[in-house]
Design a protein around this ligand. Structure first.
Ligand code: SF4
Length: 475
């Protein structure tokens, strides 16, 4: 049995941030090469602290869905997963045994040599004349691999230079340049550098967004996919502007290569993780009788299960939107009825107006999407196996812009927690609160919170920053 975990950044504010990881997980799931494909996030759920607990097997491969190495892939993700490693990840990845699972952590997908193929695939979309040996029409064509670049992280530009060198060797283009938005050599100087009459620009970016849709076209004066430049230092030129590499479906192939390379001679895979399976069997036993889990009502019906918001109990099924897949439930419960993003799924804001009819396997996945890690953590709490992490420990672990939460005094943390956690189903074990009964014992809202979530940490950071700003304006 094998589990694959894709790690995305996620966002507390923007529901779109997690979509790329979901999309790649779906593509890889459909290939059937892993028994399960799970998504985990820095700023959404399941969080990096929880995601390993949600895997069903003892053989877990973790791939960071990042375009280059850097702070997240080298510091934040290894730390939060408990890998006991900080700093550059070796090419063969890192393997550790964590809580009975063998966990293999790889480099981010963006640094895999296979990304050169993704660049070519993107180039071909805007230049169909690009054949296997170069442009079929014989027109000299240059390629610009465009990176963001930052003087703060040399890894960010290294991956651009490496891909440009690989593509130069292939000889598909008469020139290949590595240019950047925020460091030298800048893409704004392309016309002085590039001689070929036709130029393809492929942004080496993780997703479509502000840069790819606005700043790059604006700074270069692009008017669409193909823009003529009649008067440049090397004569008339035509620029073909491609979509970012990170959203191309071929990235799924790169992820699979990474996963295979990380396993090496790893054998047939692991076993079913017993604690995880026991948790879900306890949940299913409850579900077969009908149950409330937080705001969710689970009703067994002729061999399948119906789930809906408990506030919709008694409403005719025809009045509700009927969903039939776990992914359908996922996409519904990620937003409130008002359309606001829900980075913390146990906040009491589960949307209404829908029901899902699911078999037992899909019920598990739908409940995982509705309340990530809650079944596993609640079961572990009932077995006295869930160890709370006090606030001081969580605060000490924070780095970068979050390190300032270490300056929060207990009263500040408590004030923020009252506001944030007051709307959450979970009971704050990390603050010393006690949870004597859980939804597994028939108390719907009984769910443990073992550790302050990243949403609360971010709110405490805001509080510390506000207090500092207020103190400065008083001076
Ligand atoms: S820290 Fe608060 S808001 Fe976050 S999961 Fe725990 S109880 Fe809920």
């Amino acid at each position: 049995m094998r589990s694959l975990v894709l790690i995305g950044h996620g966002s507390h504010l923007n529901g779109e941030s997690a979509v790329a990881a979901y999309r790649y997980a779906e593509l890889i799931r459909a290939r059937g090469l892993f028994d399960e494909v799970i998504e985990g996030y820095w700023k959404e759920e399941p969080s990096l602290r929880q995601v390993l607990k949600t895997t069903a097997s003892t053989d877990v491969t973790v791939i960071p869905m990042f375009i280059s190495e850097g702070y997240f892939t080298e510091t934040v993700i290894p730390r939060e997963l408990g890998l006991g490693h900080q700093g550059p990840v070796p090419p063969e990845g890192i393997a550790r045994v964590i809580g009975g699972r063998t966990v293999r952590y790889t480099l981010p997908y963006g640094v895999h040599p296979g990304m050169a193929d993704v660049i070519v695939a993107r180039a071909r979309e805007v230049l169909p004349e690009l054949g296997p040996d170069g442009p079929d029409d014989g027109v000299e064509t240059a390629l610009i691999v465009l990176g963001h670049g930052t003087t703060r992280n040399e890894n960010s530009s290294r991956v651009i230079y490496e891909n440009a060198a690989r593509l130069r060797e292939r000889g598909l283009f008469s020139e290949v340049h590595a240019l950047f938005l925020d460091e030298e050599p800048r893409v704004t100087g392309w016309a002085d550098l590039v001689r070929a009459p036709r130029v393809v620009i492929v942004p080496f970016f993780a997703s479509e967004g502000w840069h790819t849709l606005e700043t790059i076209p604006e700074e270069l004066g692009l008017s669409g996919v193909v823009t003529p430049f009649p008067d440049t230092p090397h004569g008339p030129q035509q620029v073909h502007y491609a979509r970012p590499v990170g959203t191309h479906a071929a990235v799924a192939e790169v992820i699979l290569h990474l996963a295979e390379e990380a396993r090496g001679a790893g054998g047939p895979g692991g076993d079913t993780e017993r604690g995880h399976e026991a948790a879900w069997q306890a949940f299913l036993k409850l579900a077969r009788r009908g149950a409330r889990v937080g705001e969710l009502l689970v009703t067994p019906e002729l061999g399948v299960f119906e789930i809906r918001n408990a506030l919709d109990e008694g409403r005719p099924g025809g009045d509700l939107m009927t969903l039939v897949t776990p992914e359908g439930v996922r996409d519904r419960v990620r937003f409130t009825d008002g359309g606001e993003h829900r980075p913390v799924h146990t906040l009491r804001s589960l949307p209404r107006g829908w029901r899902a009819v699911l078999n037992e396997a899909d019920l598990r996945r739908a409940v995982h999407y509705t309340y990530p890690a809650v079944v596993e953590e609640t079961y572990a709490h009932g077995c006295h196996a869930l160890r709370p992490t006090p606030w001081a420990t969580t605060a000490r672990r924070q780095t970068g812009i979050y390190a300032k939460v270490q300056r929060a005094v207990p009263e500040q943390v408590e004030r923020v927690a009252e506001r944030v956690c007051g709307g959450c189903l979970r009971t704050r074990l990390w603050a010393g609160d006690r949870l004597t009964h859980s939804f597994l014992d028939g108390v719907p809202g009984g769910m443990p919170c073992a550790e302050a979530c990243t949403f609360l940490v971010a709110e405490v950071r805001e509080e510390v920053a506000r207090k500092k700003a207020a103190a400065a304006s008083d001076d």
